[in-house]
Design a protein around this ligand. Structure first.
Ligand SMILES: Cc1cc2nc3c(=O)[nH]c(=O)nc-3n(C[C@H](O)[C@H](O)[C@H](O)COP(=O)(O)OP(=O)(O)OC[C@H]3O[C@@H](n4cnc5c(N)ncnc54)[C@H](O)[C@@H]3O)c2cc1C
Length: 626
């Protein structure tokens, strides 16, 4: 039963037992662990606040949040040879390693450059806390160009990528989307001949464990058989319902399920990867400690620097371990790259698989001349920042929300504020008959992520009157295509990223259409009169010579407040770098299984498709070796 926080506060004041429940760590049958990065002094919540320290201590003391008994530890000593070596424990890699180790005859090693996932990443409200944590991310920036001009340091766009158990699924918004059938028609046309919607469906079903079949969504489009929990967050702030009112007022569609092919477009409260008030990453679901799964070894804080390829066969990998020592480990059967769309192509090039002229430029012996790093696709658009002038800017996180969370896993800490609302709509360039919307909207704000004191109604003072929110209009089928390439032959130097945003004129047409939808919302009675919404003048300053909402203003805003989504893919695509079973062309014993292999864009959040790729990839491997 859900009880309002105020009732809890009364109980706490009157009940020493309840107070003890909060303060004392639980007995979890295993010692408490102090794992991973901290929520204290994050870039979202800068400063060492007593309240945040206490909150973190309470989270670590709860058995089913900290899970000390099932915490994955890095193997101390690895064996000289495994059947399979998986590089990267992100969205895809954790599934591949988990599925392969289901076969107890296989010895599997998964090597992850990052550390264990921090306890603070589990409450969904800390969604943004680790985005710029230099220990948990790869700190990638794009090569500067005429976009992301809001970056005061003059460097390019920030592209957060997770370097941690769970990879980027530890940083993401957790939204579950499978894409639209037409996306997979595009894959087939690009050469992924056996990847049609119908052929992929059973592999989506394998992962998804939907908890709202029959109550919100239909079994026709969802599965409850997989291990990854999918459902709406248990909490929505009032602002979500006001936004839905505004959407309703403008006549834009509101839908229940964005995965229902009959309602491809519309705004909805998304289903996300969460249960019991917590984020679920693929690593949390698919990987197990060695004590439970002895044929799976997890090696953390170890960065793979090269795939060893002899006579065009991958035989192992080199890596730098947690002590900075260079090591080698052999693969009797296959090496699988699951380092993500930015790192897997980097590793391929460092290993001699890539464009001949690039490899020769850096004196890397050419093993296979392939267009690795080309076809870098990413959704992007513009972020517009607003102030709700009629609301006082108070912190959502306070003692009341914390009690709610610790005692019953309810309340604002169980959700991502207004980020759980999303919308898919058609631009004027879309072919509606394909049921493939090409603009997606995201909203940001009302996060329970920071507080100095925990006091209820603590004012968040950033010099603004009112509450800040923002909205993004992102295009899903951008015509601009980027690339990545080597900066040097040193594996520790990051690649160079050239997204080439705005290089095709159609992109601006679609972005303008997206902003026009947001303008409609902005002008709604609800947002104007109830909230007193205004554009945040601090973020429009660089475009002030253009009239607000004019075409010129939209282009200026898009180049200044560029919204690079974090859906990079396509850099080792099926049909040009890997075959239809994900084997690297011209090299035996080497597959790529992650977002890199997706040949054309998804029209939605990509993790669903990436997990499907991982399930299919693991299936192909099993078919070959069992
Ligand atoms: C802020 C944000 C919000 C997002 N929101 C959503 C959302 O709501 N829904 C959705 O569907 N998608 C979302 N995404 C995108 C989604 O998270 C990614 O597309 C997905 O995680 C990519 O999966 P992957 O397996 O290809 O790579 P990753 O998940 O990035 O995993 C790659 C792993 O490989 C490791 N690795 C890389 N190189 C090496 C090496 N050399 N040696 C050892 N290990 C290595 C990395 O450390 C990492 O752990 C979001 C992304 C971000 C950043």
């Amino acid at each position: 039963m859900y009880i309002r926080p105020a009732v809890f506060l009364d109980n706490i004041v009157n009940s020493r037992i309840a107070a003890k429940m909060i303060l004392a760590p639980e007995h979890c049958n295993c010692p408490l662990v102090d794992q991973g990065a901290s929520i204290v002094d994050s870039y979202i919540c800068p400063g060492t606040f007593y309240f945040m320290i206490l909150l973190e201590a309470y989270l670590k003391g709860r058995c089913n949040i900290a899970n000390p008994c099932t915490t994955i530890k890095s193997v101390d000593r690895i064996e000289p040879e495994y059947d399979f070596i998986v590089v990267g424990a992100g969205a895809a890699g954790a599934i591949v390693a988990g599925r392969l180790s289901e076969h107890n005859k296989f010895k599997v090693l998964i090597i992850e450059a990052g550390d264990v996932d921090p306890v603070g990443s589990r409450p969904p409200s800390f969604y943004r806390t680790f985005w710029r944590d230099s220990h948990l991310t790869w700190n990638y920036r794009t090569v500067p160009d005429n976009y992301c001009l809001d970056q005061e340091d003059g460097l390019g766009c920030v592209w957060p990528r997770g370097k941690v158990l769970g990879g980027t699924t530890l940083l993401n918004g957790m939204m579950y989307h499978r894409g639209h059938a037409a996306d997979y028609e595009d894959w087939v046309n690009a050469g992924a001949t056996n990847w049609s919607w119908e052929e992929n469906l059973p592999f989506f079903d394998k992962t998804e464990g939907n908890k709202q079949i029959g109550t919100l969504v239909s079994a026709q489009h969802h599965s409850d058989k997989g291990p990854l929990p999918v459902q709406q967050f248990p909490y929505q702030p009032d602002a979500i319902y006001e936004l839905l009112n505004a959407i309703n007022e403008t006549g834009l569609p509101i839908i229940n399920d964005m995965n229902d092919p009959d309602t491809p477009d519309g705004f909805t409260i998304a289903q996300t990867f969460n249960e019991n008030g917590q984020r679920y990453t693929t690593a949390r679901v698919f990987l197990r400690p060695e004590s439970e799964l002895p044929n799976l070894h997890v090696k953390l804080n170890s960065r793979v620097t090269r795939v060893i390829i002899e006579d065009n066969k991958a035989t192992g990998v080199e890596f730098i371990d947690e002590n900075g020592e260079k090591q080698t480990v052999l693969a009797a059967k296959e090496v699988i790259l699951s380092g993500g769309a930015l790192n897997s192509p980097h590793l391929l090039m460092l290993s001699g698989v890539g464009p001949k002229e690039t490899l020769e430029q850096f004196d890397i012996p050419v093993i296979a001349d392939l267009p690795v790093g080309q076809n870098l696709r990413n959704h992007y658009g513009v972020t517009l920042y607003f102030v709700l002038t009629k609301l006082v800017n108070t912190e959502v996180l306070d003692w009341s929300t914390v009690l709610d969370y610790l005692l019953v896993r309810q309340g604002a800490m169980t959700s991502t504020g207004i980020t759980q609302l999303t919308g898919l709509l058609y631009s004027s360039l879309a072919d509606k008959s394909r049921k493939q919307p090409d603009i997606q909207f995201f909203f940001n704000g009302f996060y329970a992520e920071c507080s100095h004191t925990g006091m209820v109604n603590e004012i968040f003072d950033d010099g603004h009157m009112g509450t800040n929110i923002s909205a993004n209009a992102a295009i899903l089928l951008p015509r601009s295509i980027g690339n990545l390439t080597l900066q040097s032959a040193d594996p520790l130097d990051p690649p160079l990223f050239y997204p080439n945003y705005f290089s095709h004129p159609d992109d601006l047409v679609m972005i303008r259409d997206g902003v026009r939808y947001l303008q409609q919302l902005f002008n709604s009675d609800t947002l104007q009169n109830k909230y007193g919404i205004e554009l945040d003048s601090l973020t429009t300053e660089k475009c002030k010579d253009n009239e607000d909402w004019s075409d010129e203003w939209i282009e200026c805003m898009a180049r200044v407040n560029t919204d690079p989504q974090n859906h990079q893919m396509g850099t080792a695509a099926i049909g040009s770098v890997v075959d239809t079973e994900l084997n690297v062309l011209g090299v035996d014993g080497l597959r790529v299984i992650d977002a890199s292999v997706i040949p054309t864009q998804m029209t939605g959040n990509p993790q669903g498709a990436i997990m499907m790729v991982a399930e299919r990839g693991a299936h192909f491997i099993k078919e070959d070796w069992i």
